[in-house]
Design a protein around this ligand. Structure first.
Ligand SMILES: Nc1ncnc2c1ncn2[C@@H]1O[C@H](COP(=O)(O)OP(=O)(O)OP(=O)(O)O)[C@@H](O)[C@H]1O
Length: 246
């Protein structure tokens, strides 16, 4: 099977500053990969590289065997950026209609999907409110609903669960698993260990490097610990010992 997303020996940064080095990952169709790491470790930078918003300084990024950016491939990706790019002066529903139309969906098609995408994030009762009156968590939920419009083949979600309560987070994870079972490939970033445990594969990034990579159970076995958080701590200590702690 052709992998959906591949990153090979990626080195990435801004100007002369190197943020990520030696990053390798493969996500196959129907898999969920979670990127986890401290603030500033380079997770969004990796996502931007996969989306083709940043060209690799070295190495390769391919989505559906195509170098990014590529317009056709971008049309197959539901993308949720870290900062919400929403129209504050429009209602939630109007935002969905607008972004759906950018995808080339007609109003009938958008309306046919509204209940489904807003049901996943439990936003149905708030669709007629202006986005400027939404809370931070509601804006995240609307951004997630927008990324689901058009039944994308690939979902790339930067911090989809920030500001979302545990009950709704569990509901969103149920839906992400269902989508993955239907063949959708999902890559997301998170700070939350409970999210990480839900993924098929984890990539832990710290100080610009992949310090641990594998399935949640595989990592627990490899690091001989009982919780994913402990994998991160142990892998971080190994890295400090290797690089020096400064
Ligand atoms: N446009 C930019 N120009 C210069 N440096 C940047 C730019 N964007 C990010 N950085 C730097 O790159 C590093 C990695 O940032 P990035 O946003 O990828 O981290 P992150 O792991 O996603 O963090 P967080 O979890 O807080 O979102 C940080 O040191 C950040 O300051």
């Amino acid at each position: 099977m052709q992998p959906t997303i591949t990153v090979q020996d990626l080195e990435q940064g801004y100007g002369k500053t190197i943020i990520l080095k030696d990053i390798n990952l493969t996500v196959n169709q129907g898999q969920i990969l979670a990127l986890i790491g401290p603030s500033g470790s380079g997770k969004s930078t990796l996502i931007k590289s996969i989306m083709g918003m940043l060209l690799p300084k070295q190495g390769q990024v391919r989505v559906l065997d195509t170098p990014m950016p590529n317009r056709l491939i971008l049309g197959k990706i539901g993308f949720m950026a870290q900062s919400d790019a929403l129209y504050q002066g429009l209602t939630g529903k109007e935002n969905l209609e607008f972004f759906g139309s950018l995808l080339g969906m007609n109003q009938a098609k958008i309306h046919a999907q509204l209940d489904y995408v807003t049901g996943i994030v439990n936003l149905g009762p708030h669709l007629d409110k202006f986005v400027k009156d939404y809370s931070g968590g509601m804006k995240r939920r609307l951004s997630l609903a927008i990324s689901l419009l058009g039944q994308p083949q690939i979902l790339i979600l930067d911090e989809p669960t920030v500001g979302i309560d545990p009950e709704l987070r569990a509901h969103i994870w149920d839906e992400l698993h269902k989508l993955a079972q239907q063949g959708c490939t999902i890559l997301l970033t998170t700070h939350v260990m409970e999210d990480a445990e839900q993924a098929d594969q984890l990539l832990m990034i710290r100080r610009g490097e992949a310090i641990a990579q594998g399935s949640p159970q595989g990592l627990l076995d490899q690091f001989e610990v009982k919780q994913i958080e402990q994998v991160f701590i142990k892998a971080g200590r190994n890295q400090d010992a290797r690089l020096g702690s400064n």
